[in-house]
Design a protein around this ligand. Structure first.
Ligand SMILES: [Fe+2]
Length: 287
């Protein structure tokens, strides 16, 4: 019996169901096995089977018990697989809702950036897919993108919603958000793998970004993708300090700083026609 003292109520119920099921299955197996043996022995004794058929009845009984055991194993393994799949789905849903909850928490800080994380996640996914990254990496880039501004939770609202230019001191405060987010993510085992992508999403390709001044491909690929997606959303949506530009103009502005701010290969990808259209369509679909 596994100690259930530290389990959640829901998990404890699953465990109790599992124990009940296993007990019933084993009892069923024991009863049917006993019936086969008793009936077999009685038949052998009363019908003189040994004289008439030799070892044959013994062999048949063995085969029936073997089939019974196999069926029991198969049923148990199938039920376990179903249970594990259900738990995995539940875990996945819990994980996704935590990511979305973080994004909603950031949105509360600044109405202008509401939905920013979700949009940057969608654009990052489109870019990563267009670059031919494996599915697991595409998911990772998109998840990191959803969390990229998590560190803004620690920045005073008046800086985030300021309509005029930030002072040097204020900007220095705002610049702390990627490292702050990375620290938060690093402390959460299931999100730790996103810490580096988030930490470096404001690095620039020529090394003039923050927080570490990384350059070129020293910047994690996910961070380079998120930087482009972030800029595309920042330019194409309204902010407290300016109105949105058109989508084509946003792409032009990003292209002008390809190689200095952004990875030129990623900028080339978003300028390709199918990707460009997909980005524009995604922009139209998202609030
Ligand atoms: Fe940011």
């Amino acid at each position: 019996m596994i100690s259930a003292a530290i389990l959640f109520d829901h998990d404890r119920q699953i465990l109790q169901r599992l124990e009940r099921r296993d007990r019933n299955m084993l009892l069923l197996y024991l009863i049917s096995g006993t019936v086969i043996v008793v009936v077999g022995e009685a038949a052998a004794f009363y019908l003189d089977m040994a004289d008439r058929f030799g070892f044959m009845p013994l062999l048949v009984r063995g085969i029936v018990i073997l089939l019974l055991s196999t069926a029991l194993w198969a049923a148990l393994l199938r039920a376990n697989r179903r249970l594990v799949t259900g738990l995995m789905n539940e875990k996945r849903q819990g994980y996704e809702s935590v990511l979305l909850a973080y994004d909603s928490a950031i949105a509360l800080k600044d109405a202008y950036t509401g939905g920013h994380g979700r949009r940057v996640a969608r654009y990052s996914r489109l870019i990563a897919e267009a670059m031919g990254l494996p599915e697991a990496e595409v998911d990772a880039v998109s998840e990191a993108a959803l969390l990229h501004d998590l560190g803004k939770i620690g920045i005073p609202d008046r800086f985030l919603t300021k309509t005029s230019r930030l002072t040097i001191e204020e900007f220095a405060e705002v610049q702390k958000h990627p490292a702050a987010a990375a620290d938060i993510l690093h402390a959460i085992p299931s999100l730790r793998r996103h810490a580096m992508a988030v930490r470096h999403h404001h690095e620039r390709f020529n090394g003039s970004g923050y927080p570490d001044g990384l350059r070129g491909t020293d910047i994690p690929l996910a961070a380079r993708i998120i930087a482009v997606a972030d800029a595309f959303d920042a330019l194409s949506s309204n902010r407290s300090y300016r109105r949105a530009t058109t989508l084509n103009k946003a792409l032009d502005e990003i292209s002008q700083v390809a190689g200095s701010h952004f990875d030129p290969e990623i900028v080339a990808v978003i300028r390709q026609n199918p990707v460009r259209e997909a980005l524009f369509a995604a922009h139209g679909e998202m609030p």
